[in-house]
Design a protein around this ligand. Structure first.
Ligand code: UDP
Ligand code: MG
Length: 357
């Protein structure tokens, strides 16, 4: 490998070891600084890992490997990346011959590596497995879909931004002409809803991005079960850049992101970044409670004026009153659930950036 970061991180086996290594490094003199120093323009070219999640992608995986390996060769020849850069296919429990194809590709070209997951766990987890799998073996990682709908040519621009100091480079779709009107409308609705609910994500960015090793180390500190990567990378707060690219059509196989999977992803994204829906219960409960107080006074007034049938106020008032009280208290319980939820996720409260020692 090629960079200064190797000095402190190669010994990391598991998370506990990582903590010890970092702690030891921060007590020492230069290694801690070297481990986090920004990359200078004259540093050696970075070792790039391209992580590709695959679920039933046998029809496309060979062509994808060929195109990505060709790209790596071109970038190596141009002195943009280290010669040991590689493609890392993550087989997300495919039911077809995807893994056999990956094995065959690996035998033919050592730049193709693979990881097989025990079962289908969804794109988010496959990506995370890939990122953590290459964490200690690369300087930066690009994640890209197996169907190469995203233009792999812009990886070169990603690398330029990375070498200029960005830790996260987001690929952002130009026009979404290759998607159906329905998909465009729903995804636009989703991005706007996320913003409204306070979850900061990059519009029209999916999982096509470059992240530095330091950013991957940061996400490995997020221990939550439902990891929503698009939100997490923004949450980390490292310097980021945006690069625009054109979307292509999927030319073989079919989309695995069924409407059901996309809806689940959207719901996960919202609920793992926002407790606003719970807060809404409290607020609406309080409003209904206020309204019920008003209605109670109104009905009591009519009762004493004598213009209600007997038993009427006794029926109506408790309905309004108890309804309001119940929803408000439900919201209050929700507030606590929200707090517990945040605690249970045990997100890191800060992310280390640099240290001068
Ligand atoms: N994918 C995965 N696990 C899944 C579903 C999808 O690893 O459970 C991968 C898939 O192989 C592809 C990427 O995620 O590399 C994007 O999926 P797809 O192209 O089917 O979705 P779309 O581009 O239509 O949103
Ligand atoms: Mg696709």
């Amino acid at each position: 490998m090629s960079t200064t970061t190797d000095t402190t991180t190669d010994t990391r086996g598991d998370d506990a070891a990582a903590a010890v290594t970092v702690a030891a490094a921060t007590r020492g003199a230069t290694p801690a600084v070297a481990a986090t120093a920004p990359r200078g323009g004259n540093a050696a070219p970075p070792l790039l890992a391209v992580v590709v999640p695959c679920f039933d992608e046998e029809p496309v995986v060979r062509r994808t490997a060929a195109r990505l390996c060709e790209l790596l060769r071109r970038l190596t020849a141009a002195g943009k990346i280290d010669a040991a850069s590689f493609v890392y296919f993550v087989d997300d429990g495919s039911r077809d011959e995807t893994w056999a194809a990956i094995e065959e590709l690996h035998r033919a070209d050592a730049a193709v590596k693979g990881l097989k997951l025990a079962r289908n766990t969804g794109t988010q987890n496959a990506l995370l497995a890939g990122l953590l799998g290459v964490r200690d073996r690369s300087d930066c990682v690009v994640t890209i879909d197996a169907d190469l709908q995203q233009d792999e040519g812009v990886i070169e621009t990603f690398l330029e931004k990375f070498r200029a100091g960005a830790h996260i480079v987001y690929g952002v779709r130009n026009a979404r002409s290759s998607d159906s009107a329905w998909k465009r409308a729903t995804s636009s609705f989703f991005y706007n809803l996320m913003w409204l609910l306070g979850a900061r994500i990059i519009k029209h960015h999916s999982e096509y991005r470059l992240v530095s090793r330091k950013a991957v180390e940061a996400i490995s500190e997020y221990r939550e079960y439902n990891l929503f990567l698009r939100g997490i990378f923004v949450d980390i707060g490292y310097r980021s850049e945006i690069v625009r690219f054109d979307v292509r059509r999927r030319d073989a196989g079919k989309s695995k992101h069924t409407p059901r999977k996309l809806a689940a992803l959207a719901l996960d994204g919202i609920t793992s970044f926002s407790v606003v829906p719970l807060r809404l219960v409290t607020v609406s409960g309080a409003l209904i409670f206020l309204f019920s107080c008003g209605m109670t006074l109104f009905y009591l007034y009519h009762k004493f004026r004598g213009n209600t049938p007997p038993g009427w106020a006794g029926t109506i008032i408790p309905i309004y009153f108890l309804g309001g009280v119940q929803i408000m208290f439900l919201g209050l319980v929700g507030e606590y659930v929200g707090k517990i939820y945040k605690e249970v996720k045990a997100r890191p409260r800060f992310i280390r950036d640099e240290e001068l020692f």
